[in-house]
Design a binder for this molecule. Sequence first.
Ligand code: NI
Length: 188
Amino acid sequence: MPAPSGLIEAYLEGPVTLRRAVADFSSEQLLARPVPERWSTLEVVCHLVDSEQAWCHRMKRVIAEPRPLLIGYDESRFAAALACHDRDLEQELTLLEGMRQQMARILRTLPDAAWSFTGVHSERGLITLEDMLRAETEHIPHHVGFIIDKRKALGLSCAGRRDLPRLAGTKGGGENEEGSHSNPGDSR
Ligand code: NI
């Protein structure tokens, strides 16, 4: 299977989109939960970084090992337990950018056959390297849709922000993942 066209470039675009989406938030606005039952913006960013760490490690295992077992984790518990509101936005964004740049560098060296390498996820079953990269690429735009919901609720302008994806929060799938997150980039 040849390298999927444009996918690595789209994967690298995610942190750029996220950085733009949160660039003008104050520290208070980052911690606010303006939409009931939803995460704060900083919690969303931390969720994306924690998910990236998990999926980068899983992709490395699929590249390096024959059909490894990949273990799911509870992202809601991660968001609640891992001090999201004490974490630093810039540090999180820098980590995200660095992880994707490192992963892209590795992926670009792989032979075509590697894209069909598989792992077995404890909750999702058999998954190829291409499936994994595609899911992670879709993960940031999915959550940026919810950040746009928060921007609106906080009275932050979305005008002139055509670089941001169209509102995704109403397309179904939950932000906080509890049972309804439709994006396979997450751990369940
Ligand atoms: Ni998610």
